[in-house]
Design a protein around this ligand. Sequence first.
Ligand SMILES: C[S@@+](CC[C@H](N)C(=O)[O-])C[C@H]1O[C@@H](n2cnc3c(N)ncnc32)[C@H](O)[C@@H]1O
Length: 331
Amino acid sequence: MPTPEPAPVEPAVVTDEDDVTPETWSGVHRGPLRAGEWVRLTDTKGRRHNICLTVGKQFFTNRGSIDHDELIGRPEGFAVTSSAGGEYLVFRPLLSEFVVSMPRGAAVVYPKDAAQIVAMADIFPGARVVEAGVGSGALTCYLLRAVGPHGRVSSYERRAEFAEVATRNVTQFFDGEHPAWNLTVGDLVESLPQGDPAGTVDRVILDMLAPWECVDAVADALTPGGLVCAYVATTTQLGRTVETIRAHGGFTEPQPWETLVRDWHVEGLAVRPGHKMVGHTGFLVTARRMAPGEIVPAKKRRPAPGAYGVDYQGPRPAGLPPAVAEEPYDA
Ligand SMILES: C[S@@+](CC[C@H](N)C(=O)[O-])C[C@H]1O[C@@H](n2cnc3c(N)ncnc32)[C@H](O)[C@@H]1O
């Protein structure tokens, strides 16, 4: 029996009316590509170029040029050929792509960790979130998206030049000044009490060199049941952060973890882990704020022998016996 001819596929019709409503402040557009929007061109070797679509302008590549006018008005998700035969995929960048390609002042929180922070620090629409430092504004974009226009993200950054970079990046991503964002240039410990009065904050995210210096200020700002989440790069920072939160006494037992993401190669029978991976980005730790005056019940499990022995110089949790010199370390 002859195979029936497939029905002709009508091209998708997208119009300006299909766009995501601006009141969502999502940073996302739908519908035809418009002048003034950023798009990402990816060549066949995976090299990426971000361009701002401008009427009458050309994008020059090592394989000739592409007229922006050829892209404007088309629905994203197509391949375009440059004047000398180079092929490029055209899409609007995702937030995860934007944050790793935007100009940087300080190192950014990578998308895999931003995803963990949004999920595990329980960032919700309408949440009142404090963030320090703001660095290049990568995490800020994720937080603003998660709290939405009816939430609040108060960002603190002590270096004015980083605050400027972050403002440019966040404003570019949301295509305007996000109504839920407030940026203070100053040290978190000094500025937090004026910026976010005691007991008014649902979540605090710390991405800085010395988060342990901020634990008292964070404890004051958080509402009972609120959550602090710190992102640190090294084990020494992790140990000091955990021990300071633990010794404070007004938080639940801190939960530290890290995530490793491994890409897979899937091609016919060759299905295996990728050969390369990002081995390390950072560690995360979360803890919940107890109500004022409430104390966490003592842990049933005793610390490992020697964990708080004479060689340990950091903050000591309440209720520990004094360190004894002859205590052997026996992990
Ligand atoms: C790693 S960057 C933050 C990156 C940012 N989360 C992002 O995703 O782009 C750390 C920033 O914290 C700032 N910082 C360090 N200690 C601070 C403090 N006590 N108060 C405010 N900002 C602080 C630094 O100036 C730096 O810009």
